[in-house]
Write a protein that binds this ligand. Sequence first.
Ligand code: ISL
Length: 558
Amino acid sequence: LLPLDWWKHCVLYQIYPRSFKDSDGDGIGDLKGIISELEHFVNAGVDAIWMSPIFESPMVDFGYDISNFYKIHYEYGTMEDFEELLKKAHELGIKVLLDFVPNHASTESEYFINSEKRVPGYEDYFVWADSPGPDPNNASVMRPPSNWVSQFGGSAWEWSEARQQFYLHQFAIEQADFNFRNPVVRQEMFNIMQFWLDKGADGFRVDALPYLMEANPADHNGSYPDDPLSGINHFESHQLGYTIPLYTKDLIELYDIVYEWREFVDKYLEDNPGDTRVLFSEGYANVTMTMLYYGNEEGAVGAHFPFNFDFITDLSAKSNARDFVYIILRWLTYMPHGGVPNWVFGNHDNNRMPTRFRHNMVDGLNSLNMLLPGVAVTYQGEEIGMRDGYVSWEDTVDVEACNRGDEDTYQLYSRDPARTPYHWNNGTNAGFSTGEKTWLPVADDFTEINLAKQKEDVRSHYKVYQALTALRKEKTLAYGEYDIRALSDSTQYLVRTLPTHRTYVLLFNVADTADTVRMDRVPHLKLPATVYVSSVHSNRLAGTTIDGEEVTLQAGEA
Ligand code: ISL
């Protein structure tokens, strides 16, 4: 067995820097805070971290609106802090990935300011378009080029008085979409990646890829075509298989750009030998379009992997064991030959895992994550079972919630509940900050759910998590075959086998009632079997054995 390349079986942990750890008491997390807690990753068994954007930003979309791609945001620290973080993480054997946001830039960026003024070289940096004319009902308002709607609500076109044209923004008004048909923009993206790779970053999570390109007016009589289904929301689009909208998402041309980026990082590695630098791509799309990020049938290679959001979009507390098996096998079935799978249970854009599923499923879900083949992704807090925080309308800061919501509906859209500060302990602000006020309120269950307590408790989500990451070092889990099936509507098994090595079996009851299953239906299982890890509320302790024809699993037990 040849050693696996570092990223192929790593535990990847997403840090949301604003909410991880505040070192200076301003109520906002920062790089020094992350540096002070690097040991957490070693203790938890994490191999790599990716940080949501840490670059200069007016913070309309909390860092996803970048005004300078080459600078660290002042609230987060300095370039020296970043260099120190990188050095210390690397000393501890932890890889560091950055968030690369190629689709758009802040309207406060030099790029945009220059483009709006038509400074030579910048004229076509963004997607600019003329208006078809003034609104017939209100001559002072210009009509937008098309009916396209932004992801955050409202028209995706914004009028620029200065330039007397509209610019496209598929997200907030302050996030202008780059024009990827312009070779100067394509080159600048290489420059940005090169800059951070030269600093020593191990790779990138690449943001919002499905939106990279839009229909070309040249193919539509010189104008941007109206989209019959523009503005359909994310959830509705998903119901319809994510094939819409037609002209602003999943355009086939965008994949070539991803393949170019892969060539670029591979070339970078050739010129700068060392450990593999990676690209992990972000995008919600149907399975066929998602798989194209890995590469295509013609042999082009893309991202090292696209994030697998199926546990977020296709499974919930309502799913039964057959749904789980079906959705897991879908990814593994559609994945191209040689692809590395990955499993994501939450992120800063979606409700937290224990809230979307059930609290009693935390350990079972973490077990699936860790025992399935490939990369296990953890969003900060999942290792201790953090739940959504309550954020009142007054405290709501998420641009999507503010744009689309009002006091009655904001909770349908708000991403703030998944972004509340990390629970380190039961002290002031859960140990996140010594400040008076934190940028988002700390969830009030922090006295019950926090890292310090879970380190002390004899059994806790954190200890289960630690045991699981330790178990991943076993060769069977890194190299072994998998077999996954439903034993009943409630319970699934996952078996991992490797010749001459120990076999591992996960049993997971996803229902909210107990379930009894027959052991002779689990292939490769030899009784008595030793329990290595079991959920916090299980009656079975590590080291005990299972030896009987039937096993009863409590609700949510693994
Ligand atoms: O969040 C979504 C569904 O839950 C997506 O539609 C999401 O908006 C899309 O995948 C892009 O998200 C990323 O880029 C956005 C930023 O607001 C998100 O935080 C980021 O993850 C714009 O940069």
